[in-house]
Design a protein around this ligand. Structure first.
Ligand code: GLA
Length: 398
């Protein structure tokens, strides 16, 4: 975020996040950490529910970060403290090697240890202290942030031979196979491979990336990130159901993944499916992949404002075809558009989370106020709005 809060901010613990991680380390374990590693949250500019269909996404990393202060220990045990919880969690190889044994927020840490060990790495025992400015439950990938920061810490502390381009898949495995969330590879890629001033164009099949310049400041634009504050209703079950339905549709169409249905072959593909719900799911994914490609082409040509209609079309598709929006996010999108946004859409897995709105920088405050007013009118809990610029991915601080 640029740090400029244009509406009620979410509650954040006081103090700089890196200082909080260090203070937590000193207080819990005594002594100094060997280093500190930071990983950001993310938003997705466009390309929703396309990653697990082997398709295209265009996320960017946020300046909000999770910091892990850590030091190796001599035995093969891992102790993790987070400011979310007073009590540290400790586990050894037995718990790390059995997915599901460590639960709650610490499962993301154990999952990374598990994924590294499963890939044959000698993971060093460690003490870790975690502090975060990435809000939990707002759809900004606090889970990918902790996975990436812990992964970077363990790779460095152990001197592991693991090139950074393999980190996203490994962190995704931690989430899929240890935590048990069937997510794609977008979030981990964004928080690991993001670059300041760029959006990350990722082909989720080949894992090839292209850094696409996305300089909002230079264009006189701002991206509002509006936390809808909608309670996540059944988000996990609905996400898994959408994924299953896409995989079933791909099987029915005889393709490896929905990415293999070309946009100009969509009508023919839909004609081969016999229920309307599946047809709508497929239409979302295929048209969304095309919107990512179209957005990338516009951004490459420096036409940032022109991606607005694609963002809004993405939202409409998520609302009507993929059916993953809720009244709060629809309200935020409608109010931002009515206030003059070039485009607006829900970002992330759905059923709540954040809405993005692309606005003239000079109109950011008015658009945020318009969303807040629309919320008040409908009796929704006040949204929290900030502006965001693309930031860098996971890094060692010191
Ligand atoms: C969540 C998942 C991602 C992706 C999005 C939807 O954020 O973690 O892998 O599927 O939903 O685009």
């Amino acid at each position: 975020m640029t740090g400029r809060i244009v509406a009620a901010p979410p509650p954040a613990p006081p103090g700089d996040v890196a200082a909080r991680a260090t203070a937590g380390f000193r207080q819990r374990y005594g002594g100094e950490p060997a280093g500190r590693w930071a990983a950001p949250g993310r938003v997705n500019l466009i390309g929703e529910h396309t990653d697990y269909n082997d398709g295209f996404v265009l996320p960017f990393a946020l300046p909000l970060r999770t910091v892990v202060a850590a030091a190796a220990r001599a035995d093969e045990r891992w102790t993790v403290w987070s400011e979310l919880d007073d009590d540290p969690v400790e586990f050894g190889p037995a718990e790390a090697d059995e997915p599901g044994r460590v639960t709650g927020w610490a499962a993301y840490v154990a999952g990374v240890v598990w994924a590294l060990r499963a890939a044959g790495h000698a993971v060093p025992g460690a003490r870790l202290a975690v502090a975060s400015d990435v809000p939990v439950g707002s759809g900004l990938s606090s889970s990918a942030a902790i996975e990436a920061a812990v992964l970077a810490a363990l790779v460095d502390l152990g001197g592991l031979d693991l090139p950074a381009q393999r980190w996203p898949r490994l962190a995704q495995q931690a989430e899929n196979d240890y935590v048990g969330a069937p997510t794609g590879i977008m979030d981990q890629s964004a928080v690991i491979r993001g670059r300041p001033g760029h959006a990350l164009f990722l082909d989720c099949r080949s894992e090839e990336v292209e850094q696409i310049p996305f300089d909002l400041d230079a264009a006189g634009l701002a991206m509002l990130v509006i936390d809808s504050r909608a309670p996540h209703r059944h988000a996990d079950g609905e996400y898994a159901a959408r994924r299953r339905s896409c995989e079933r549709a791909a099987r029915a169409l005889g393709v490896p993944a929905l990415r293999d249905v070309p946009a100009d072959g969509l009508d023919a593909a839909l004609a081969r499916l016999d229920d309307d719900e599946t047809r709508r799911r497929v239409r979302h994914v295929v048209t969304e992949d095309q919107r990512v490609l179209d957005s990338v082409a516009l951004l490459r040509a420096g036409r940032v404002r022109d991606i607005g209609p694609l963002l809004t079309a993405s939202h409409t598709s998520m609302r009507d075809d993929f059916e993953i929006t809720v009244p709060e996010v629809d309200t935020a999108v409608e109010a931002a558009l009515a206030a003059g946004a070039y485009g607006a859409r829900m970002t992330g897995g759905g059923f709540g989370g954040c809405v993005l709105a692309l606005v003239e920088a000079s109109a950011a405050d008015a658009a945020a106020a318009a969303v807040a007013a629309a919320y008040a009118e409908r009796g929704f809990a006040a949204p929290a709005t900030v502006t965001a610029l693309p930031a860098g991915g996971v890094t060692r601080l010191d």
